[in-house]
Design a protein around this ligand. Structure first.
Ligand SMILES: Nc1nc2c(c(=O)[nH]1)N[C@H]1C(S)=C(S)[C@@H](COP(=O)(O)O)O[C@H]1N2
Ligand SMILES: [Mo]
Length: 409
């Protein structure tokens, strides 16, 4: 096992690498299992962040500056992810914003540029939807050769309810010019360097996705005002696309007449090769394409891995599945390393872009070590791969199956 060390030495290691190393991995296992099958434990590297950490119940901190934390799969068991269990991905510093006088600007390729106060924005028709947000780098830890960046395992995904207005209602009020092809969103989070002229991230989407009826400008998450970590007072929610298109602390919607070229829109950011490449290859920039819809994926959220099942051979297993812009058609489980598959009972999403819940009862034929593998299939028939798919330089789009370990004793 790569991280075979006790908690204290992991903590030291964490401090030594300035919070960039993987979080501590507990090794008090009752049977051998590879590290991705277990949950990581929290590592505190900076007392200044204790408040932030206390807002997040049981998450694994991957980095303190910027603050990044993921949710262990068993803590994603709720049908709607509670605020304290939703992962956090920050590229810069999370600002504490005074909403007095806050305005949202809409400009660029529009007939009537707008400057809206929060009060004016709330006069548009309001909607509440359950929407999943997954970081484009979720699963990055699985790539080899490894990709730099947060080593997300499984938990950079959440499905909370958001209340706000439709992006398209706001864009229609401004009046899109025929030259409008892309959005460029800007948030108020300061760059890590503190330099006010630097932007940590400014991404957007083709106009068609911004006009999707489920793309929101939201101010509430699960019925509460957005927290500072999640973008108070306003954020974009672009469900089903890389989380990076859901800009937090939203200040400006710049409508572009070409693909947006803000921070993390160009070069290799949030891009994958147009064709499959051998692991470790160098790919020319011109051969990279922007990630749009996220691929089909699922999680086993109950039971927690690893499990010792005593005096019992049946087990209720459940989780969620989602598929970017598509829906999920089926979730199957295997308890024999993929030799045969069992169909689970899968619910419809409560609205498009909400994840879907599945469950089934498994009967183990005899005692022994089992892995449960979950494989979702989307509405177009695409399935999750067992192994890490399509290596790419920045480690995006790993939708390999989630596995948990069960020891029937
Ligand atoms: N302004 C701003 N918006 C942002 C980010 C950021 O760093 N700054 N991170 C993005 C990324 S990469 C992701 S995955 C999502 C995560 O949203 P969450 O922190 O609410 O889970 O926010 C996106 N919006
Ligand atoms: Mo992300």
């Amino acid at each position: 096992m790569r991280n075979h060390k006790n908690h204290n030495s992991s903590r030291r290691e964490f401090l030594k690498y300035g919070g960039l190393s993987a979080a501590a991995i507990s090794t008090d296992l009752t049977f051998p299992i590879f590290e991705y099958l277990q949950s990581k434990s929290i590592t505190y590297a900076d007392p200044l962040h204790e408040k932030i950490i206390s807002e997040k119940n049981g998450l694994s901190i991957l980095n303190n500056r910027p603050f990044n934390a993921e949710t262990p799969p068993h803590l994603l068991d709720d049908n709607i992810t509670p605020n304290d269990r939703h992962f956090v991905r920050n590229n810069g510093l999370a600002p504490q914003i005074d909403p007095t006088g806050w305005t949202l600007t809409v400009d660029g390729e529009v007939h009537t540029p707008l400057v809206l106060t929060l009060k004016q924005l709330k006069q548009f028709k309001q909607y509440t939807y359950a929407l999943q947000i997954e970081c484009g780098g979720n699963g990055r830890a699985g790539f080899n050769p490894p990709a730099k960046g947060n080593q997300w395992t499984y938990g950079a995904i959440g499905c909370a309810t958001y209340t706000g207005v439709k992006m398209r209602d706001v864009l229609h009020l401004a009046g899109l010019k025929s030259s409008a092809v892309y959005t460029g969103y800007y948030g108020e989070d300061p760059h890590l360097s503190g330099d006010p002229n630097k932007v940590s991230i400014s991404r957007g989407t083709p106009i068609s996705k911004a006009l999707d009826e489920y793309t929101l400008i939201a101010w509430e998450m699960n019925g509460q005002p957005l927290t500072a970590l999640h973008g108070f007072p306003l954020r974009v929610v672009t469900p089903g696309w890389p989380g990076s298109t859901s800009i937090k602390w939203l200040k400006r919607i710049f409508v572009r007449n070409k693909e947006h070229d803000g921070a993390k829109m160009t070069g290799y950011s949030y891009r994958v090769p147009r064709y499959s490449v051998a692991p470790g290859s160098h790919i020319p920039k011109k051969d990279m394409r922007i990630i749009e819809s996220m691929p089909v994926k699922s999680l086993i959220t109950f039971p927690k891995s690893p499990l010792n099942l005593r005096n019992k051979k049946s087990l209720l297993v459940r989780g969620h599945a989602w598929a970017g812009d598509r829906s999920v058609k089926d979730v199957h489980l295997s308890i024999n390393f993929g030799a045969s598959w069992l169909k689970t009972s899968l619910s419809a999403p409560i609205n498009p872009y909400a994840w879907q819940n599945w469950n089934t009862v498994i009967n183990f034929p005899q005692k022994g070590y089992y892995e449960i593998w979950a494989r979702a299939t989307d509405s177009a028939g695409k399935m999750q791969p067992m192994v890490v798919p399509g290596w790419n330089p920045k480690g995006y789009l790993n939708n390999a199956m989630h596995r948990i370990a069960v020891n029937v004793i």
